[in-house]
Design a protein around this ligand. Structure first.
Ligand SMILES: [Zn+2]
Length: 175
């Protein structure tokens, strides 16, 4: 019922829009961060300290040496930027654009919750029953249990709701 209410109120769609905007913002940030500065000849820094021309900048990850850059290496990086970051930023923006249409359609407030079923409501007798498969997981220590069920709801005005076990897959193949 909360899922249905969030969708019809537009709350789900707002969540989807925020998610897409975050992707775009990270993408734009990466594109800016990856830009080169061809005319910036100021001395590069290593761990926040300004380097002199004979310095070597060693980088350690978990105590292991992962990169060793000379003053000239880092100056070249400053001039050329990080093309990989620019590409990754572009990919993130592309993914957000591709996802926007299916996501906004899926969470549109005008799209009704669930699928209609061909039975009349046992409570109000109306033809407004709709159902959808739902799952809910709980974690206790190292054990994760997932409950699946098919939820049937009538109109909010009627308030009828029911849950049944999903049909076993094997049943579909039986004649
Ligand atoms: Zn009803």
């Amino acid at each position: 019922m909360r899922q249905r209410e969030w969708r019809s109120s537009g709350k789900s769609r707002t969540g989807a829009i925020v998610f897409l905007l975050v992707l775009v913002a990270i993408g734009i940030g990466l594109i800016f961060a990856g830009q080169g500065h061809p005319n910036d000849n100021s001395a590069p820094t290593c761990d926040g300290k300004t380097m002199s021309t004979s310095d070597i900048c060693d980088e350690y990850t978990n105590g292991a040496l992962t990169s060793s850059s000379s003053y000239q290496d880092l100056l070249d990086q400053q001039h050329n930027g990080q093309p990989g970051e620019i590409v990754f930023g572009g990919v993130l923006i592309g993914v957000a654009v591709l996802l926007s249409i299916p996501l906004l359609r899926a969470y549109s407030p005008s799209r009704p919750w669930g699928k209609p079923i061909g039975f009349l409501c046992p409570q109000c007798g109306g033809p407004n029953l709709r159902e959808a498969s739902m799952s809910r997981s709980t974690t206790k220590g190292r054990t994760k249990t997932t409950y699946r069920g098919v939820v049937t709801l009538c109109s909010p005005a009627c308030g009828f709701s029911a849950v049944r076990r999903p049909d076993p897959v094997a049943k579909k193949n039986r004649r």
